[in-house]
Design a protein. Structure first.
Length: 133
């Protein structure tokens, strides 16, 4: 008999967010250099995505919000690193997550270029649960 299918993969991508010139909450590359040392944690919004098999969700709609050690909101990251560790239920296709089969997957978002911008230790990250029906 053929061996059971097993898929374990990890893909890291930098995804850019659309920028509105009036969006003062957005942390672009210029502000990253000064804010990275102050970032204590990040939060993904939304923290959960529900899809049906075949549906897609644009990654540009996932906001990564940075907070300092006092819990103050610093703003939304203009770019972030994203990793989908188990693409059995969902796949990253271009700038979207596509539902492949029923199940769950975790998309991890984190601060990009963490050590290059002066961050110490591991980069703050947050999970986004993807539930496929």
């Amino acid at each position: 008999p053929p061996a059971p299918e097993r898929a374990v993969a990890s893909r890291l991508e930098v995804v850019r967010v659309r920028v509105d010139s009036a969006d003062t909450d957005l942390i672009g590359p210029a502000r990253m250099r000064t804010l990275v040392p102050r970032i204590a944690r990040v939060q993904a919004e939304p923290s959960e995505i529900r899809l049906r098999v075949g549906e897609s969700y644009p990654l540009s709609r996932v906001n990564v919000v940075a907070f300092d050690t006092a819990g103050r909101r610093l703003g939304r990251l203009a770019i972030s690193d994203r990793r989908l560790a188990s693409p059995v239920a969902a796949l990253m296709v271009g700038d979207s997550v596509r539902a492949k089969q029923p199940g769950e997957a975790v998309l991890t978002v984190k601060v990009p270029l963490w050590s290059q911008y002066g961050g110490r230790g591991p980069a703050p990250e947050a999970p986004v649960m993807i539930r496929v029906q």
